[in-house]
Ligand binder design. Structure first.
Ligand code: ZN
Length: 415
């Protein structure tokens, strides 16, 4: 936790200032020029909306600067959200390090959530038809709302990628375009969901969880994944760990987690893996395969999920799967290079049912909200995936922590 005493001090000071606001105003009318608040939200007791927002702008590679911009007028179809927190995604880390999307200067952060503080008069319902009110907690989604089954693959094919991907939008004169900020302006027509019934940490995990809900849906299309399937999950980063949790919440019990880090493997067990295999304990693919087999009482896996971005791991995983079994490859969110397999031995003669998975559909989002509630209900410590929290002004540190891969999920959280 990186929220230090100084921040606590600042919060207390701010609260005291707000509490004393009325009395102070009557003593000295709004003449100080630098009046911090332009308007009050229409909800009784809600915090006033400040005149400016703080936005973490990536101004050059490996450097964010927290900039202050005026909060623009909220249009009839717009929603102004006070940001509570936002997860750091691998995509943010790529952009931070190398600017592959050529977006600098850019307001990053797409795994964010916060509270509606102001809405245009035309805003009534979220993208699922649920009512929206000031005070509701929301998330955005980068998949469009007009087709619930559209995938990222379809979007790329149609070449319509720049609609409302908050956190990956080119900078404009609104500037409040990313969730690494204290306020974000959700423009008319964007995909937005009311998730007031989820706690903050669960809400921060919605976007990455949706990736796994989608992967499991892809896996189910093979017809192989059943309650009693033996399932191997290779890679226990946030994606692999969430994969285990999703499988567990749907009733899959016989899960073997494969990774090289004991700490992560221990967490995999708490999230629902029955057995773990540390690949460092087994030299060579034959020994590793034997270990996976031992974990399933002498059987190979019926189904495997490949959750690392390592081409060698992709090449190896076929060995863990029985003849006629299934594989879902979801580790290569970005190009991680080529993998070498033997098409005869690995795919054809084993009759492997292979599916790839990338991002999610809008329909998966709804399922994800339910997954997070169910996971909590059966006591899976999913929110412990968030190992580090940084305040907005330490965002550079947050990104560096993500790149150092010392934690699991890193989040930027406003107090
Ligand atoms: Zn993401």
């Amino acid at each position: 936790m990186a929220v230090n005493e100084k921040d606590v001090e600042a919060i207390v000071k701010q609260i005291l200032t707000q509490m004393g606001g009325g009395a102070m105003n009557s003593a000295s009318p709004v003449s100080s020029g630098a009046a911090p608040f332009t308007s009050l939200s229409n909800m009784a007791g809600a915090a006033p909306i400040p005149a400016t927002a703080h936005v973490a702008m990536l101004v050059e590679k490996e450097r964010f600067e927290v900039k202050e911009f005026p909060i623009p007028p909220v249009g009839d179809g717009d929603i102004l959200v006070k940001v509570e927190g936002c997860g750091v995604c691998g995509t943010d880390a790529h952009e931070f390090k190398r600017d592959p999307f050529n977006l600098i200067p850019v307001a990053l952060g797409h795994e964010g959530t916060g509270e509606i503080v102001k809405m245009g008069k035309n805003v009534r319902k979220d993208s699922a038809g649920k009512d929206l009110h000031v005070g509701d907690k929301v998330v955005t989604c980068m998949i469009f709302k007009d087709d619930p089954d559209i995938t990222m693959f379809d979007l790329n094919k149609q070449n319509v990628g720049d609609s409302d991907v908050y956190g990956l939008l080119p900078d404009d004169d609104v500037h409040l375009n990313g969730w690494f900020s204290d306020y974000i302006l959700i423009r008319e027509g964007s995909t937005v969901f009311n998730v007031s019934d989820l706690d903050l940490d669960s809400r921060i995990l919605i976007e990455p969880s949706a990736v796994l809900v989608h992967a499991v849906e892809r896996a189910k299309t093979t017809g192989i994944l059943r309650f009693n399937s033996r399932v191997a999950v290779q890679g226990c980063g946030p994606i692999g760990l969430l994969c285990i949790a999703v499988l567990r919440t749907m009733g899959v019990e016989n899960i073997t987690a494969v990774d090289g880090n004991e700490q992560r493997l221990a967490f995999a067990k708490r999230l629902g893996a029955n057995q773990t295999v540390n690949f460092n304990d087994h030299k060579g693919i034959e020994a590793l395969t034997a270990a996976v087999k031992v974990s399933f009482d002498g059987h190979l896996a019926d189904f495997a999920f490949q959750c690392t971005g390592n081409p060698m791991a992709h090449a190896n995983i076929y060995k863990f799967i029985r003849n006629g079994g299934g594989l879902c490859e979801l580790g290569f969110f970005v190009n991680g290079g080529d993998a070498t397999i033997n098409p005869h031995f690995d795919l054809c003669s084993k009759e492997i049912n292979l599916v790839g998975s990338w991002v999610y559909t809008l329909r998966d989002y709804g399922t994800t909200f339910d997954f997070l509630k169910r996971a909590k209900g059966i006591g899976l410590p999913v929110t412990e995936l968030i190992t580090h929290k940084f305040p907005l002004n330490e965002i550079n540190e947050a990104l560096k922590t993500n790149l150092a891969m010392t934690g699991l999920k890193i989040a930027v959280v406003n107090s």
